[in-house]
Design a protein around this ligand. Structure first.
Ligand code: UD1
Length: 426
């Protein structure tokens, strides 16, 4: 058991290099199952969720080799099993992509119910709806704690209207439809940058997907896919987290290896709060100058291109450092404020409000002090780090396994920005 020990009160400065996108990597890795030859994946983040996904794939029969700092050779051609009921698959959310990939490749799969962070109910009905329209029989086995899919007569393209905008369901159905006979149309699709990245990867392998990044995705089924070399996009949420941390500490730093367009909704709010930003000459870095006063603002989380729910906790801390009253409304997840009680103990003034208890009212400008905290999920853990960086005195954060699921070398990166942070045994 380890914890982060953080001494607060220092403005972050210098440079930070953003790693590959977690949510793209955890979908692209299982998508290699579709290829008839090995793939090489570059810019793979060194995070726990990727490690677990590689463990699952290895147990399934894939050969995986790290050939560079962030480069992996992935040969999934030896995978025979369609039974993925081992414990690792229940440790992460993205294991559900193995369902879509095996369904496309083998026509069937049985995958342990996915785990992941708890934000209330996390149904899979839209994944199942999509697979069913493509011709798969789907069932839940409570005894084995798994989801089974079986396409007795192969998969056939169909029209799927997603009742809710879901990142996971859009990607999963897109993967499954790649080899289905005929054309599949996904309407009301999610539009996150990693959906485009997964589609680009599949297209490079030989798929025929059009419209990823818009509300309508069209997939013409192909018979074969080949292994390719592919570099994963930078992580929009990791970038946003460092930007929020730099801003909250009134720092001045450069965030490198980003796609600024992916950060639009975050940067609009950062600028509204009085932080000066500029895109570097090469278009792949952003300079942040938060030495001035921070202003309050209003934010509502919505699917892309709106403000990402995965930036909600980090922004709440930033808002608490701004003068005046800020508002944060969460519309994607029904239960994503569990971390608030702990942050309040730092001296933050936050109230949960609204008929649906989906609104936070943040009275900013309070002095925070260091306390002991326990990460409640990945992004809440990141928010706690930012609060600790802003607080007077020393804070500790335990349950850091949540944080390490999605942040690559976070201690080293923050140290390079001048933060006083160390990992110690509990
Ligand atoms: C992904 C991200 C997660 C992020 C979320 C929203 C991964 C591994 N995780 O999660 O970090 O917080 O997108 O941007 O990529 N829903 C249904 N039925 C379904 C699926 C989802 O009702 O079948 C609902 C959910 O309850 C939620 C909303 O749709 O309210 C969005 O969920 P979704 O986009 O699917 O989230 P994930 O893919 O699980």
């Amino acid at each position: 058991m380890e914890k982060f020990v953080i001494g607060g009160g220092k403005a972050l400065s210098g440079e930070v290099y953003i790693s590959g996108a977690k949510n793209a990597a955890v979908a692209i890795i299982p998508s290699t199952i579709l290829a008839d030859s090995p793939c090489t994946l570059e810019n793979v983040p060194n995070i726990k969720d990727v490690e677990v996904m590689f463990e699952i794939m290895t147990k399934m029969g894939a050969k995986i080799e790290q050939t560079g700092k962030n480069t992996y050779y992935v040969d999934a051609t030896g995978i025979e099993t369609t039974d993925v009921i081992f414990e690792e698959a229940g440790r992460m959310r993205a294991s559900y992509y193995i369902l879509g990939a095996l369904l496309a490749k083998k026509g069937k799969a049985c995958v342990r119910m996915p785990g992941g962070c708890f934000f209330g109910d996390r149904p899979m009905d839209q994944h199942i709806k999509g697979f069913s329209i493509l011709g798969a029989e789907c069932s839940f086995d409570d005894f084995k704690n798994c989801v089974s899919v079986f396409a007795k007569n192969g998969l056939k393209g169909g029209n799927i209207y997603m009742d809710v905008v879901s990142v996971g369901a859009t990607i999963n159905v897109m993967i499954a439809a790649v080899t289905a006979e005929g054309t599949t149309v996904i309407e009301n699709a999610a539009r996150e940058p990693h959906i485009v990245d997964v589609a680009n990867f599949l297209n490079m392998m030989g798929a025929n997907i059009k419209g990823a990044g818009t509300e309508v995705i069209k997939i013409k089924g192909v018979k074969e896919l080949r292994g390719v070399n592919y570099s994963i996009i930078p992580d929009q949420i990791e970038a946003g987290t460092y930007i929020a941390a730099i801003a909250a500490t009134h720092g001045k730093a450069v965030v490198k290896n980003v796609i600024p367009k992916h950060l639009d909704s975050i940067m609009v709010k950062i600028n509204e709060m009085g932080v000066k930003t500029s895109v570097g000459e090469n278009g792949d870095s952003i300079s942040i100058d938060a030495s001035g006063e921070l202003k309050s603002c209003k934010v509502k989380t919505t699917p892309h291109p709106g403000f990402p729910t995965d930036m909600q906790p980090q922004f709440v801390v930033l808002m608490s450092m701004a003068k005046g009253t800020s508002y944060m409304r969460e519309t994607v997840w029904e239960c994503r404020f569990q971390y608030i009680e702990q942050l309040k103990r730092t001296g933050m003034d936050v109230k949960i409000s609204g008929n649906k208890r989906d609104l936070l009212i943040i009275e900013g400008g309070k002095t925070l002090h260091g306390i002991d905290m326990q990460a409640t999920d990945l992004r809440a853990g990141a928010a706690m780090i930012i609060a600790a960086l802003c607080a007077n005195g020393v804070s500790t954060i335990s349950n850091i396994n949540y944080i390490e699921r999605g942040y690559d070398r976070i201690v080293e990166k923050l140290q390079a920005l001048g933060a006083d942070i160390a990992k110690e045994s509990c």
